[in-house]
Structure formats: structure tokens, C-alpha cells
Design a binder for this molecule. Sequence first.
Ligand SMILES: *Cc1c(COP(=O)(O)O)cnc(C)c1O
Length: 379
Amino acid sequence: MRMKTTFIHGGISHDEATGSVNVPIHQTTTYKQSKVGVHKGFEYSRTGNPTRLALEKLIADMEGGVRGFAFASGSAGTHTIFSLFSQGDHIIVGDDVYGGTYRLINKILKRLGLTFTVVDTSDITTVEAAVTEQTKAIFLETPTNPLLKITDIQAVADIAKKHEVITIVDNTFATPYHQRPLELGADIVLHSASKYLGGHSDSVAGLVTTNSEQLADELGFLQNAIGGILGPQDSWIVQRGIKTLGIRMEAHEANAKKIVDFLNTHEKVQKVYYPGLESHPGHETAKKQTTGFGGMVSFELVEGLSAETFVESLSLITLAESLGAVESLIEIPALMTHGAILPEDRLKSGIKDELIRLSVGIEDVEDLIEDLTEGFSHV
Ligand SMILES: *Cc1c(COP(=O)(O)O)cnc(C)c1O
């Protein structure tokens, strides 16, 4: 099955018992046993639920994993993955990972005795230099948020294999339609399904998959033991969203390219960040490991122009955190998603006050460009 077909027919896509072309929402906690210990594969819905299982099998098919796991959020999935490790274990993390992942690491996991080294994973030499005797994993995101830095997944996975550590990739931005980390040598893939996979800003969810039977067993144990599972209603709605992932990603990218062309020549724009631009430092790597450049675009207004005034002057593009949905969403990282990072650290990582992040939706692009034009007229 090719990708767009997998999104619709992968995993468990219908109901054998009734012929229903959609998976039923099994709103149940428990399952009747015909004799003690004799059941149809489900005992209690934290451990397993048929609606969730359909989605879990689907994410495994989409990424080339052996088993999938659905969580109440991307963050719950991240926490469960990090629960594979024990006190004293060392993990190398990308310097531009999701803010909530940082918070989890700095405020919770370090307290529990895990140790971390933060490196720019787009610079492969720094990754290898950070490996120690205690290193158990390398955790990265590509493209990153909001600067869309690109890491060569295969190069990192090669280093990881050499040192017998695992590679974990947060694939939220690219989605399996454009990038499949397990095929590039990664061991675990993570998604905030709240973004492109769900795709409609209507549910918070996390998905995880792996191509290692051993890691699958460990993750399955942890998912059940920690319990941060996705409920049946949200499992259903995320699966519904995934059916259109292919055409949505194509539409996001087509719109993003036109908006990048518009921004790139605009006199009030200082700089545009988009992996599809030949001038982007990660362009060649992105071209090699992805089949598309996605729908996320970041840009800086000319110094001194107010990003706040700009975003507040828009009428169609919604001022909001989050990304990856059918509607365009815009935000100012320095004041919103990355506001918790100290100003000097923020500037060091290149996030200026003038930086704006745009999650390009699938509206008519002419309407989006008109809205942006209106925004520019106010700054
Ligand atoms: C949103 C996001 C997360 C966290 O996911 P939640 O579903 O909000 O918990 C993790 N990684 C990336 C790249 C994200 O964009």
C-alpha cells in the first residue's frame, strides 16, 4: 500500500462484526469474560481498547513500526518514552526541541536523576562529541520549531548505532507523509497528533511507534503502567483526521511555497525560514530525507517593526498557538510559544522579537496573501 492509501486503509480501518466502514467508538472501560481469564483480547481499557488499537495499528503502518501507542497528548507520549530510562542514564537532546519537552526534561526528568546534554543536532560533529559511557539515547526534532532547522536523521542514527544507543525522533512537523525516520535508522518515532495528524485543531493526542519488538514490549508495559492513554472518542477523531493527511500535506505545502515566494520579496521582511528555500542551511538534507518541505514558515520583520501589530492586524489568519491544522495559525514565538525561555537564551538560539511563525493552512492562498498584505500595511 502506498502512503495515501495507508492513511485510509491502514491499521484497522473498519468493523468486521457489522461491516461498518468506520471503526466503532468503543466507549467502555471493561470487557465481559466468558470464563475466568477467557476474553477476546481486551480486559480493561487502559491496557487496550479496540478504537485505540485501530489508531495504534495505523500509526505503526504509517511509520513502518511493529506496534503503535496512543497517548492523551504528545507530551504524555514523550514522558512515557523517557520512562524507558533510569537514574544516571544520559540522553542527548536537540537544542531546538519543543518547549514542553524542555520543561519535562528540566523540571521533572532531571529531578529524577536522568542527565542530558543539549546539542545542535543539525551539526553532526557535536552529536558524536556528546556521547558518554552513560548515553542511552539521542532525542531530536527535524524540522525544528520555530527556526525549521534540519537534522540529518540517518547520520545521527549511524552515530547512535555505533555507540549502541537509540535514536528517538519527534516527527510532528514533517509527518510520515513526508519523512519516515524509522526507515532512516531511528528506533522510536513520536508525534503530537494534536497537530498535522489530527489536522483540525479538535483534539489533543500523542502517537508513538517503534520498529523494535523489544522497545515495543517496554513501551507497551510503560503505557499501561503509567496510564496516559488516549480515550476512544479522541482515538476515533484522530483516525478520521489521518485519512486526509496526504492531500492536506500537499495543500499545506503548495500554499506554503506561494506564501514563501510572497514573503521573500517583501520589503518589510528581513528573513524567511523555510526548508524548501535553496538558501536554507538544511535544504540539501531536507531534500534527501523528505518528500516535501511542509507547511510551516517562519519569518522576521525588518528590525524595529512590531510583530505584535502585524499579527493583531490580521483578520483571517488566526492568532493562536499550535499548528498543523486546516486553518492558518500565526504566533510570535518570543511572546507566546517560546516566552518561557530566558530572553538571552532565546536570542542566542536566533529567536528575535520580530520573528513570526506561520502554520499555513489549506484555505485559498490568495485570501491568505491578501490578509498578510493587510497586516504589512499596518507596520
Ligand atoms: C505540540 C508539540 C508537542 C507536544 O504535544 P502535545 O500534544 O501538545 O502534548 C511535541 N512536539 C512538537 C514538535 C509539538 O509541536
